[in-house]
Design a protein around this ligand. Structure first.
Ligand SMILES: [Zn+2]
Length: 149
């Protein structure tokens, strides 16, 4: 097997792998996905009920998708992972309950009509944790719809 590195950045690697077969390369891909530690959104709390903005316009707290689908899409968003700053949740002193040493919190407040993107996730605390891939579409909101998480 021969690997040529075409591009290597902190967020992207482009490789040319030759003298092998697709099965082995797929096994390599799956190993990288499984073994590279990364943080992910695994708990989303949706605001229930009407949402009122500064001009007293009322929005329904809903989207065209079920909350579970929106949650699944948010869970796929790559979250900046700094292993120097955060503990593994299972090994944290909080016992896995979730604390600032093992958990990042984001909020999102969007009102339709618009498309909600991953970049609309606002990190609570430092802006350093802002999502790098900010154009991943999550859901399209219609008139009078809002998403507050
Ligand atoms: Zn913790």
């Amino acid at each position: 097997m021969k690997i040529d590195i075409v591009e290597m950045t902190p967020t992207k690697a482009q490789l040319i792998i030759s003298d092998t077969n697709p099965t082995f390369v797929n096994a390599l891909r799956r190993t990288i996905i499984a073994d590279v530690p990364k943080m992910a959104i695994d708990d989303v709390e949706f605001h229930l009920g009407p949402i009122m903005d500064e001009s007293n316009q009322t929005y329904e707290s809903m989207s065209p998708l079920f909350d579970e689908i929106v949650t699944h899409r948010l869970s796929q968003v790559p979250i900046p992972t700094d292993l120097e700053q955060y503990n593994y949740r299972a090994k944290c002193t909080c016992g896995g309950e979730g604390c600032p040493s093992c958990t990042i919190m984001y909020s999102m407040n969007k009102k339709g009509p618009c498309t909600v993107y991953s970049g609309d996730l606002e990190p609570i605390g430092t802006d350093k944790l802002r999502v790098k891939d900010d154009l991943i579409p999550i859901v399209k909101l219609a008139e009078d719809q809002a998403l507050l998480v």
